[in-house]
Design a protein around this ligand. Sequence first.
Ligand SMILES: Nc1ncnc2c1ncn2[C@@H]1O[C@H](COP(=O)(O)OP(=O)(O)OP(=O)(O)O)[C@@H](O)[C@H]1O
Length: 572
Amino acid sequence: MTVVNALLRIARSAMPLGLLYVGKLIIDKVVTISHSQVKEMTQLWELVGLEFALAILTDALSRAITLMDSLLGDLFSNHTSVKIMAHAATLDLDQFEDSVFYDKLERARQQTVGRTILLSQVMSQVQDLITMGFLAVGLMTFNPWLIILLLIAIIPAFLGESYFNDRSYALTRGQTPERRELDYIRYLGASDETAKEVKIFDLSGFIINRFKQLSNKFYADNKRLAINRSLWGTFFAMLGSLGYYGAYVVIIIRAVQGSVTIGELAFLAGSFRQLRALLEGILTRFTAVSQGAIYLRDFFEFFEIEPKIKLSASGLPFPETIQQGFTFEDVGFRYLNSDKWANRHLSFTLYPGEKLALVGENGAGKTTLVKLLSRLYDPTEGRILLDGIDLREYDLADLRLNVGIIFQDYLRYQMSFAQNIAVGKISEQDNRPLIEHSARQSLADVLAAKLPGAYDQQLGKRFADGVELSGGEWQKVALARAYMRDAQLLILDEPTSALDARAEFSVFERFAELTKGRSAVLISHRFSTVRMADRILVLEKGELVEIGSHEELLLKGGRYAELFDLQAAGYR
Ligand SMILES: Nc1ncnc2c1ncn2[C@@H]1O[C@H](COP(=O)(O)OP(=O)(O)OP(=O)(O)O)[C@@H](O)[C@H]1O
């Protein structure tokens, strides 16, 4: 389609010269006929017919080009959106948590909507340049100096525009973090997810003020640049007009002297008028195109970002059955741009089939530890071994397939009940028996039976006919995801915090039974749950302080015993 579009544009660019030239022939013919005795009109009518045909063709070509532009624009937008999502999927979690990365992603994303017209603009630019070329050749045959005069007059305007393009790009680029904040504030101010708190805390005034503050700042910055640009633009345009009228005067003088015919005068004047309009168009578009081009740099920059967690060259398959377990060897981890260790000096082994509970106060590093275990991050120091081999040696996709993990901040997909479970292993999204089986394991099946649409019930309030679930109900649905895959290691990060006591008890009773022979890591603040684990690992400020069974740790009378007593006292 792009090639056809280009060919149509080339054809279209020859039209103005053709039309002008036929116009010139018609005028000269009329003058000749009016001066002659015999009124032979056939040739004249032929010429008029030709101009009519050219006019219709010009219009048809323009319409075809516009149609193709809009189709190409849509395709471009869809294609780039898909490319961005696909590339984003290859990147690491910590890259998403980096604000510099986010700014790049944001700028790349803007290209998909804002820059779809870039292609058609570039093509229009080329088309207009070719048209100008045709017209210029026409003019050149009369007087080459005229063209040079025009070009000299237009150069300052080009330079001025490109200078302001750079300035405006630098300004927009500098504003990216604030623009993200602006988007975020817009989301806070008007979204189904935030409406509840905004009302309860009466935040709308606060949000609107912040929005005004930021948007006024943008306005002030942009205004200054826009005014400068406009003033200089007017001045440069005047120079352009001066060149144009200078050339025009030369032609008029020559026509008066009789060295060009009336038809030629019409042709030259027409060519000049068109050239001027084209130059103006080119200049305006030049701004848009060069801006688009510098913005495209962001787009390509985003695609240059490489994931750090690389697939290892060896890509060992995950063991059929884990033999020795996962061993942490003095593992430490620090988040990007943070000088605090989230995990440090961790050394322990998670044995095959073992149920290990992680205990510790908020921020002790429990979630970080399981993220390391599933290779969402790689350790900053030390290493994690699986059956004696570094985790990094294993095939990443295979590892992920064998490690099932449900986070405390799991997603509530605004999709059907079945799809909400199927995301646990999306390749099985049509396997209804497996989905129903998984729902039974997490006790979500009872819930499905109560929903009007059962497994096909749309969940959440965002789309029509959606049903909102309670916190605990959502959790049961999310928990079912863990059972979708036959993972050898199951990680549940506070999966039952929203469940009532009875539901939690049943979930864990089943969990122990269902994960027989498989390893599991549980994170929970409820000691009634924790005590069901084979061993408990107590974390404090990212470091391991105790590890052992519930009984051993109670006997030891250390940190665990203290925390356990504290909670038990609360129940007495
Ligand atoms: N994405 C992140 N970027 C930077 N620092 C982080 C990030 N996530 C966690 N941290 C920091 O790492 C430390 C450990 O966090 P982690 O989430 O592992 O704690 P946790 O024990 O799971 O806490 P909780 O019981 O509250 O869930 C915290 O001090 C936290 O501030």
